[in-house]
Design a protein around this ligand. Structure first.
Ligand code: PLV
Length: 320
């Protein structure tokens, strides 16, 4: 089997988050992947399976799936076209180009960019790389949990992560199944306005949002993948779907920068906000998480759509 493109990332204990939650908090530092997020796990795996003979790959993305596809394609010496929506910050377009990718800006949200990517795959004979909805992606992402299981001595009390289109959630659930941890609850976070999973859970069916109004653009898929919804309905699993505001997600990004000295984007801030805003505590008070909780595993999904200028721009826009 070919060597994977992703790294075995550090698992760090966070003293400040532990203080906040009252139970040990471990951070799986996916921000330190070569492409800046966990996406490289699934996309690396998918490309190794589907793109070795490819004349080129095309990936639709809010940014980070594109970064992973561009990195992997460069290593595989395959041309990459990344289709992003107009909401994508210029800094991401630049970073994609620096990876050697051709960038195409199409439509307002990821769903529009995806229609164009599918069209290009069809008309130009390119290999389509989906950002979240494919079993090979989930299999690739699942390595994240087997790494944790190999280094954490005890079973986590809960896993905390962000949901965009649901690929990370599906990969984590698959990983939990692989290591026999299916009884570990998963807290699935989104921002208000990029909440397709929460909408589906509430409605009991897949829901397509009218628009993406959150600034956490990398969570901005209008419809969650079917597998993630199916997992939410499974009686074998506990998946808790919760929302934070953009302000809470951004403020979590700032606190994380101050306390852990790591800059992540708002998509990741959505998960971190569950700790800093007291949501984990609230879930315990409501009896949805045990009062005596085992270690909390936080997936620091990372993200490249952020620098100091973008952070200041978001602060100004959201008045935090
Ligand atoms: N971002 C996707 C989908 O965007 C993308 O194209 O990059 N954290 C970060 C930093 C992300 O970039 C994403 C997804 C997620 C979390 C959520 O992962 P998902 O989509 O697998 O649930 C529209």
């Amino acid at each position: 089997m070919a060597r994977p493109f992703h790294l075995n990332t550090p698992l760090l204990e966070s003293v400040s988050m532990t203080k906040c939650v009252g139970t040990p908090v471990f951070l799986k530092m996916e921000n330190s992947q070569p492409s800046g997020s966990f996406k490289i796990r699934g996309i690396g795996h998918l490309c190794q399976q589907l793109a070795t003979q490819s004349k080129g790959v095309v990936c639709s993305s809010g940014g980070n799936a594109g970064m992973a596809a561009a990195y992997v394609a460069r290593k595989m010496r395959v041309p990459a076209t990344i289709v992003v929506p107009s909401s994508t910050p210029q800094l991401v377009v630049q970073r994609l180009q620096d990876q050697g990718a051709t960038v195409k800006i199409t439509g307002k949200v990821w769903d529009d960019a995806n229609t164009e990517a599918l069209r290009l795959a069809e008309t130009e004979g390119l290999t389509y790389v989906p950002p979240f909805d494919h079993p090979l992606l989930w299999q690739g992402h699942s390595s994240l949990i087997s790494e944790v299981a190999a280094s954490l001595e005890v079973k986590p009390g809960a896993v905390l992560l962000s949901v965009g289109g649901g690929g990370l959630l599906c990969g984590v659930v698959q990983g939990l199944k692989d290591v026999g941890w299916t009884d570990v609850p998963v807290i699935a976070m989104e921002t208000v306005g990029a909440d397709c999973f929460n909408a589906a859970v509430k409605a009991g069916r897949l829901v397509t949002l009218d628009d993406i109004t959150s600034e956490a653009k990398c969570l901005g898929a209008k419809t969650v993948c079917r597998k993630a919804f199916e997992y939410s309905q499974s009686s074998q699993l506990t998946i808790i779907s919760e929302l934070v505001t953009d302000q809470q997600a951004l403020s979590a990004v700032e606190t994380f920068l101050d306390e852990e000295r790591v800059l992540v984007e708002m998509a990741c801030g959505a998960a971190l906000a569950a700790v800093y805003s007291g949501l984990v505590h609230r879930l315990q008070d409501e009896g949805r998480l045990p009062a005596l909780l085992g270690p909390l595993l936080v997936i620091v999904c990372g993200g490249s759509s952020v620098d100091m200028e973008q952070l200041n721009h978001l602060k100004h826009k959201l008045h935090t």
